[in-house]
Design a binder for this molecule. Structure first.
Ligand code: HC1
Ligand code: SF4
Length: 579
């Protein structure tokens, strides 16, 4: 261990630690901008490019960046000398001299790390103002808006896109005022292999990368007397929405969320969790069908089955594994199953044409905005899901409409599309979809009651998890990956011939709880663990915990779909993939 003194306080840290690690241990605040390190998720931006974290180290002539300078034994550090403060102030003034001053209308206002530091350092103008500035056109995709005039070249997005997600879309190009982080040939994101995962947005410290906001489309729809407007909320939203509305992290806000959506004026408040149960019925049945045929020697029955509910992952495998498009499950995602059922079964119940119904989704994810716009998810140009807003956008809408969220009572979802079992909320956590599928597949395959519902080997933050699960006579080899880089590693193993029966992939680190549309986590891994706990607790507290027990799913099959994998189910609930 190394002994380090910072601002007169003494601590010990293991070899390999940085000055910043030691400062964190002592609760000494050193400002950072480019720094990002979520160790459990192997996310580490090593750029050390912004130099806002400089400190004085006794015996050294130059100031040292705390995030990239290794601690050494008996090191003495000062973080708040005049020299340090002046250096940080200059860094901020230089950054601000090439940064638009439109904070009033910036999507990141209030959450911008640069704005917060400028405030903290009392910067009112920059002596470097008035010189040359960078100018780029805005790049607007269905999911993401890139406004590179605001980029501070911290390169967090690049690390995320290339090292963590292995998508290779973003890289720093050019020099001086032309320097920018951009796709190849400065193409629009929508024309690249970008998966819309939104993880670059999740880590951008400023307003250079933000979600494409669709809240005004929702306000317009709600004000239209000719429309019936319904809403579905994804599993992970309830684990984090409260964070943006003054409620302690780690608090489930499911009941308050349902109440708020009702106050916003939605005609019916439903739950994607209902469709998650439906997904298990279809995907679980597809898995058992493929497994049985495979065991009977049918070469066309491909294994492993891959989950297909994450649209970032779907676009990733379409681009990167075009030779394996017959491997993923054909089941649509819960979001799209919900839309298809709402605009057929539920529109029939209401006795209205599908065009009169507006389906709004609240998702932790930015790729869901892209997913609902895919042409195959529309009938005669009318989409199954009309508008997607993120968790952050819902919080914004609740504030805009003056709803006292913390003071709301807990309310239930409406039925028939609002009921769910415990298998559904865990969809929002890495490993949860496959755990939910196994609960149902086990009982359907064996006819026996599953005694222990928690599959501990499939839980946790390891990037790739592999476990063997006994289902009757079959020892099933299951894989789980979260983050697209981990997915790539696992899929390469499959391509190389390693045998698996089923694999779950979620594009975002931690699963949807860490989605690109969730309240900003600012690199706090503990926050992601708290969100995970909310969803596991919600599962544990439900009276029914297996999808096939959901009474409204049973009714949907009896009254409308027939049975899983029926012709009608195939037509409404399954899809195909494109090269
Ligand atoms: Fe997800 Fe899913 S779990 S993809 O992560 O399968 O977004 O929460 O809604 O569709 O149910 C996201 C979450 C979500 C779908 C479900
Ligand atoms: Fe890369 Fe995901 Fe951002 Fe697209 S959305 S640029 S894939 S990190």
């Amino acid at each position: 261990m190394l002994t380090v003194t910072i601002d007169g306080k003494i601590t010990t840290v293991p070899a390999g630690s940085t000055i910043l690690d030691a400062a964190k241990k002592l609760d000494v605040d050193i400002p950072t901008l480019c720094y990002l390190n979520l160790e459990d998720l192997r996310i580490n931006n090593k750029g050390a490019s912004c130099r806002i974290c400089v400190v004085e180290v006794e015996g050294r002539r130059n100031l040292a960046p705390a995030c990239a300078t290794p601690a050494s034994d008996n090191m003495v550090v000062k973080t708040n000398t005049l020299r340090v403060l002046n250096a940080r102030k200059t860094v901020l003034e230089l950054l601000l001299s090439d940064h638009p001053k439109d904070c009033l209308v910036c999507a990141k206002s209030g959450e911008c790390e640069l704005q917060n530091l400028a405030e903290k350092f009392g910067i009112r103008e920059s002596p470097y103002d008035g010189g040359e500035m960078s100018h780029y056109r805005k790049d607007i995709s269905t999911s993401i808006i890139r406004d590179m005039d605001k980029c501070i070249m911290c390169r967090r997005c690049e690390t995320m896109c290339n090292d963590v997600q292995t998508c290779g879309v973003l890289s720093g190009v050019n020099r001086g005022f032309s320097a920018v982080v951009a796709p190849a040939f400065e193409m629009n994101l929508a024309d690249t292999v970008c998966t819309n995962c939104g993880q670059c947005v999740a880590v951008c410290p400023v307003g250079a990368l933000v979600e494409h906001d669709h809240t005004w489309e929702v306000v317009d729809a709600l004000a239209n007397p000719d429309k019936v407007v319904i809403v579905q909320t994804a599993p992970a939203v309830r684990s984090a929405l409260g964070e943006d509305l003054g409620i302690a992290p780690g608090t489930s806000v499911t009941g308050k969320m349902a109440a708020a959506l009702r106050r916003l004026g939605f005609d019916h408040v439903f739950d994607t969790d209902f469709a998650a149960d439906l997904t298990i019925m279809e995907e679980g049945s597809e898995f058992l069908d493929r497994l049985t045929r495979h065991l009977n020697g049918d070469q066309t029955a491909k294994l492993p089955i891959l989950t297909s509910c994450c649209p970032g992952w779907v676009k990733f495998f379409e681009h990167n594994f075009p030779d394996m498009l017959d491997v993923p499950s054909t089941a649509k995602s819960p979001q799209q199953m919900f839309g298809a059922i709402a605009k057929s079964y539920y529109a029939e119940i209401l006795g209205i044409p599908r065009e009169k119904l507006v389906v709004v989704s609240v998702m932790p994810c930015l790729a869901k905005k892209y997913e609902c716009a895919r042409p195959e998810f529309a009938v005669d140009g009318n989409p199954d899901v009309d508008i997607v807003i993120s968790t952050r956008e819902l919080a914004r809408l609740i504030k805009r409409m003056n709803i006292d969220f913390a003071g709301l009572p807990d309310e239930d979802f409406d039925n028939p599309l609002g009921e769910s079992t415990g298998a559904a909320p865990i969809f929002g956590v890495t490993g949860g979809v496959i755990e939910a599928a196994l609960r149902t597949a086990y009982e359907l395959a064996t006819g026996e009651t599953l005694q222990k519902l928690e599959f501990e080997d499939l839980r946790g933050m390891d990037g790739v998890k592999v476990a063997t699960v006994q289902v009757g006579p079959h020892a099933l080899r299951i894989g789980v990956a979260h983050g697209l880089g981990n997915a790539r590693k696992l899929l390469e193993r499959v391509r190389a011939g390693e045998a698996f029966h089923a694999i779950e992939v979620m594009a975002c680190p931690g699963g949807c709880i860490g989605g690109g549309g969730q309240p900003y986590h600012h690199g706090d891994i503990e926050l992601l663990k708290l969100r995970t706990k909310v969803l596991y607790d919600e599962d544990a507290g439900k009276p029914l915990r297996k999808s096939h027990q959901n009474p409204y799913i049973i009714e949907l099959y009896e009254k409308f779909l027939g049975k899983p994998l029926s012709e009608k189910s195939h037509h409404l609930l399954h899809t195909h993939y494109f090269k």
